[in-house]
Design a protein. Sequence first.
Length: 262
Amino acid sequence: MPRVIAKADNLNTLNRDFEQAPLTHPVFLNSVPKCGTHLIKNIFRMFTPVEQQYHKAFIQFPNLRESRSAFAIDTPQLSWGHLLFADTSAMILKDVHHIILVRDPYDWVLARARFFLSDNFQANLEHLKGGAVHIEDYLNMMIFGIYNKVPTMQEIFLNNAVAWLGTSAHLVRYEDIITHLKNLDAPAAKDFFRTLLGYGGVALPKDWKKRIEVGADRSQSGTSRENLKIKGEEKIPSELPDMQKKLVDFAAPGLRELLGYT
């Protein structure tokens, strides 16, 4: 199993600075890997009593049954993870407020490459770090996968996001969160975060801006770009090259449109 090294945050302590209303319904923040999991999780944590935050496990399909208590109706909790669509998942989440977080596949390729190349991610890909291959080759591996080692982009988005569309799950785009974080004083930001938190049954309190600023602080995210230790990070482009954009469209035709990116 891959090993992720991330620094601890102190959000549980900062949470005490705010008056917290108890959750009345279980909430699950489900994200495609490398789509801003820590960001949305940390924002919601600032609106949820620490005692109702499920810190026992990062929920994925292999540990789903062991984590069923996170979704109990009589003891509502906020939980998070990467949970693919399946019969068991659908049954367990039937009465849970369910949010799906996605990211533009073009930017996702870069984010995945940056994370996999960092010292924070340790798996069976260590031989590819430190400039072992051209960055374009590595980006293609993020799109098409690596035989018997890494799933394809299409498989990841299909199982973690696309298959959940049209259900009771609410789709949220990472880019929309970032856009409104940059202008919290705008009326549109208040409307956006009222809707986002509303998906989880959480009302927007008067001090919502301060809570979001604390939760969205990138220094609190163990896997934000600033907190990744990468050798040769300058080789990773800030924008996906045109050819790799074409390859994304070829590998997963219609995906960006389906998620609202075109």
